[in-house]
Design a protein around this ligand. Structure first.
Ligand code: NAD
Ligand code: UDP
Ligand code: UDP
Length: 323
């Protein structure tokens, strides 16, 4: 007989960076995991170690197309997350966020599943309120190069709340701030992976602008713990809930830290700041602390050690040579 505590859980984008850690966590918690991915930015390598697990299933599918399966819970993570990748085919990015959300919400409605949305701090745009609480409506350019991602995610939030109000769906919306850790894509242009790989290869560290812009970096295990707590919270907690690490660093500080921790001889070089690059970003995590009893446990130095070790291993095995 099926264990009533064992849930059938769909993770879209499950072969990506965060998704692969979530697959591991939910299997460890005793659930059946269906990992769905179209492998646009994700990779089989991220989940290959799970393929022999009888409670794990891999499904190649694009969420912009309908999907008819039976599940108890859905984590909707499918969407390219780094600027290089989401700007590569911006129309597809918006379709993934919007058509993808409609399909996953339609599925959740039919099977009465609870559904979680991986939203983003980008809904705040280049914020004029600092740090950003969930009540801040954002400062977003609707027509710039980042808009396909930012507005796509904003529209997805709208759809989640309308399905909740109109069809009584149980929704959970997390606004994720910059997250890092093992299995970040080495070539996706995000700051932590770029700096670590550059430092390990002894290449110049590319700081965009003067490096005075700030970000807050959350280690992936802390984030996944927040996902699980939010998904299993009482039904009336819909979110949005900010999930991120409130420790705030300038990009220059991050560069100096990575160089020091890797013992690299890389020099810092300065390149133009991309358009609409937010000047500062730090989550207000008061709601997550109070409603979920959650706050990050892993400091930047500790998380960077683990991330550096991951990329050093890829280099040693010849998986990354240069980029
Ligand atoms: P990622 O690119 O590693 O993972 C996204 C996954 O979605 C990939 O495996 C990709 O192949 C898959 N995917 C993309 N389009 C798809 C489609 N149409 N159908 C099926 N699969 C598709 O990125 P990540 O960092 O793991 O991000 C996961 C989620 O978290 C994304 O929704 C992202 O927007 C959100 N998020 C991430 C961060 C961060 O700092 N990493 C911050 C805010 C929000
Ligand atoms: N959908 C899906 N799987 C399901 C149910 C629905 O992919 O199990 C998709 C379907 O493509 C539909 C969308 O979700 O267009 C929205 O479904 P909903 O029931 O909300 O709307 P409707 O079918 O009435 O357009
Ligand atoms: N950045 C940088 N050098 C790089 C990559 C990124 O200085 O090689 C900067 C980027 O301009 C931004 C910050 O680091 O100010 C975070 O960039 P990322 O793409 O990781 O995340 P996001 O801008 O989406 O927060």
């Amino acid at each position: 007989m099926k264990n009533p505590l064992r849930k059938q859980i769909l993770i879209t984008g499950g072969a990506g960076f965060i998704g692969s850690h979530l697959c591991e966590r939910l299997l460890a918690d005793g659930h059946d995991v269906i990992c769905l991915d179209n492998f646009f930015t994700g990779a089989k390598d991220n989940i290959v170690h799970l393929l022999d697990n009888p409670h794990f299933e891999l499904l190649r599918h694009d969420i912009t197309f309908p999907l008819y399966i039976e599940v108890d819970q859905i984590f909707n993570l499918a969407c390219p997350a780094s600027p290089i990748h989401y700007q590569f085919d911006p129309v597809q990015t918006t379709k993934t966020s919007v058509h993808g959300a409609i399909n996953m919400l339609g599925l959740a409605k039919r099977v009465k599943a609870r559904i979680f949305q991986a939203s983003t701090s980008e809904v705040y745009g280049d914020p004029q309120v600092h740090p950003q609480p969930e009540s801040y409506c954002g400062h977003v350019n609707p027509i710039g190069p980042r808009s396909c991602y930012d507005e796509g995610k904003r529209c997805a939030e709208t759809l989640f709340f309308d399905y909740h109000r109109q069809h009584q769906l149980e929704i959970k919306v997390a606004r994720i701030f910059n997250t890092y850790g093992p299995r970040m894509h080495p070539n996706d242009g995000r700051v932590v992976s770029n700096f670590v790989v550059q430092a390990l290869l002894g290449k110049p560290i590319t700081i965009y602008g003067d490096g005075s812009q700030t970000r807050s970096f959350c280690y992936v295990d802390d984030l996944v713990e927040g996902f699980v707590r939010l998904m299993n919270s009482p039904a009336d907690l819909t979110g949005p809930v900010n999930l991120g690490n409130p420790g705030e660093f300038t990009i220059r500080e991050l560069a100096e830290k990575v160089v020091a921790m890797t013992g690299s001889k890389s020099e810092l070089i300065f390149q133009p700041l991309p358009m609409d690059d937010p000047k500062q970003r730090r989550p207000d995590i008061g709601l997550a602390q109070q409603a979920l009893g959650w706050k990050p446990q892993i400091a930047l130095d500790e998380g960077l050690q683990k991330t550096i070790a991951y990329f050093a291993d890829l280099l040693e095995r010849g998986i990354i040579r240069s980029f």
